[in-house]
Design a protein around this ligand. Structure first.
Ligand code: ADP
Ligand code: MG
Length: 233
């Protein structure tokens, strides 16, 4: 699914620079469910953003689904992003003046899909996350857990090969976090490849593999016995 070789990334700060990723090697196969862990500031989001083509590395190779990701025009990157990747964020990143259905339908609009088909597809995905009855509601009328489910439906609408999640449970209480993890595990059971940043051990243990970052390098990368979330909800 993806292969990263000797990835480096620095951010300029004043006259000097902050070396955040210092030679990352990572390979993820289709069907995996991987947690990226590490303390705050260890470069987790930076790595996820590069994988998500929201940012670019300074050096190193990144191959996504057989495709070298390098020097892409913004337009081409957007096309690949739309085609290959779904995103979930800690703060949901829904558009607050659009209802649940419209939020889910948005990536399909960017794919050029016709209105009626878009709406049908969006409703199908809202049903999948159990929110068909909430289709007409705005984000502010939904709970955090419901909003994250809308965001998951949106991430899945365009049928991405890889789902990227940056602290998807970071803004949720424990029970709601496990509900969301149960959903994400179900997606992985169905074959979706998932890469998730978290700093919570219990959430990471609900994945199948944990990659630990420290000071810009991978200090540990191991398979784990997956803890099932549904037993807690
Ligand atoms: P994490 O997600 O593990 O908390 P980040 O990848 O967000 O870490 O950040 C890693 C380091 O890079 C931090 O020290 C952060 O302050 C710095 N950083 C992140 N983004 C930028 C940026 N756009 N410009 C400058 N520094 C940044
Ligand atoms: Mg982060």
């Amino acid at each position: 699914m993806l292969k990263i070789n000797q990835l480096h990334k620095s951010y300029p700060i004043g006259d000097s620079s902050l070396h955040v990723l210092k030679g990352i090697d990572l390979k993820v196969e289709a069907g995996e469910m991987v947690a990226i862990m590490g303390s705050s500031g260890s470069g987790k989001s930076t790595l996820l953003n590069i994988i998500g083509m929201l940012d670019e590395a300074d050096s190193g190779d990144y191959i996504l689904d057989g495709l070298p990701i390098k020097d892409l025009t913004e337009k081409k990157a957007a096309v690949y992003r739309n085609k290959f990747l779904g995103f979930i964020f800690q703060s949901f990143n829904l558009i607050n003046y659009k209802n649940a259905l419209e939020n889910v339908a948005l990536p399909l609009y960017y794919q050029g899909m016709k209105r009626k088909e878009r709406q049908e597809k969006a409703l199908f995905h809202l049903e999948k996350v159990g929110l068909a009855d909430w289709a007409q509601h705005l984000p502010k009328e939904l709970s955090g857990g419901q909003n994250q489910r809308v965001a998951i439906a949106r991430a899945l609408a365009a049928n991405p090969k890889l789902l990227l999640a940056d602290e998807p449970t970071g803004a949720l209480d424990t029970t709601t976090s496990y509900e969301i993890m149960a959903f994400i595990q179900q997606l992985n059971d169905e074959g979706k490849t998932i890469l998730m940043v978290t700093h919570e051990e219990d959430i990471a243990n609900m994945c199948k593999r944990i990659v630990r970052l420290r000071d810009g390098v991978i200090m540990e990368d191991k398979k784990v016995e997956q803890v099932r979330a549904e037993q807690y909800v």
